[in-house]
Design a protein around this ligand. Sequence first.
Ligand SMILES: *Cc1c(COP(=O)(O)O)cnc(C)c1O
Length: 417
Amino acid sequence: MPTRKELSIPQRTIMTPGPTEAEPRVLRAMGAPIIGQFDPAFTDMMNETMQMLRELFQTKNRWAYPIDGTSRAGIEAVLASVIEPGDRVLVPIYGRFGYLLTEIAERYGADVHTIECEWGTVFQPEEIISEMKKVSPKIVAMVHGETSTGRIHPLKEIGEACREQDALFIVDAVATIGGCAVKTDEWNIDAVIGGTQKCLSVPSGMAPITYNDRTAAVIAGRKKVERGIATAADGQMLSDYRPITSNYFDLSQLEDYWSERRLNHHTEATTMLYALREGVRLVLEEGLEERFRRHRRHEKALMAGLSAMGLDLFGDPEAKLPVVTCVQIPQEADGESIRSMLLSQFGIEIASSFGPLQGKIWRIGTMGYSCRKENVLFVLAGLEAVLIRHGVAVKAGEALQAALNIYDHQAATGVLS
Ligand SMILES: *Cc1c(COP(=O)(O)O)cnc(C)c1O
């Protein structure tokens, strides 16, 4: 018997590295009526969104617009549009999402070189730069915030080295955008991919990207397909025809849609654009610096609470990603049973992990709208109770006091930590 009950979604507290709880104002914006994608009211909104995205990405780039699809759609659009078969791409891997960059680049025919460091650590910039000298890549692609290991990678030195060697620097900032500083221009990043469902607290389904003239020139240097007809770009011969192999992810066609040319490509995801515009508006209203400070504030309280409970944090503290905290699962404990009781008894979701870290750590996100005092206190209280229920020895009653101490100290002195 098919069920025709009304949709009923349970109340949850989401403390994972995405999707995060959506901003209530974003959800309200999504209830706005649908209008046509060439309606001036809509194209004005497209332009406003582009302008707000430039501020979010801290860039003067002409191109800043969303790709329709989840975050990896943004990654795939950038890589599909710049990679030609045989191009050399260097991917420094320090967690799962480095493998995603590798896989997508390989699918577009790149000659991919990888280096990998132990999960939970990051590279010294010199390690990457010396590999660049060996490989001479056309592109260096890497992750800014690795949600799988809870680490953040410094990018400035690598950006400089890419300019010196004339390589394109492409960065997956899906997890960091809106939660940690992503300084596109200052760090010499040629193309950045963001995500909606993490620190922007917009539902999953769009990937804001930005790229500079260096990237745009690589894209323009290829042969173009315009409205299904091959055209020669830059006076090249059509026999030298090498268009972007994806239609959906062809940034040259998307430029024609997002620029004043307004050539039709796909039907813009109307409601998601309302959501993105509202989400980015909220970020800018809070202020980038204040928003990053808020993320650090709650991170500190969460970390203090977890440590006071007697749990060990995972990974190199120097490279900790402020918006994801990784906790070692106590030796005697069944991590999945604890996670599932946390959900069934408290309605709290935290994340497990992948690959070499599976069964070893939990990952707790403090991202966007989920990153609030009551959520931090609730996850500490819930986790403590569930651990005790599982017979794990914790220092009962310490976690909330430690977190409250951090909040009180911050309130009194304005100093984090
Ligand atoms: C979540 C995430 C992605 C993948 O995003 P999807 O929306 O699932 O496609 C990519 N990179 C990083 C660093 C992420 O954290």
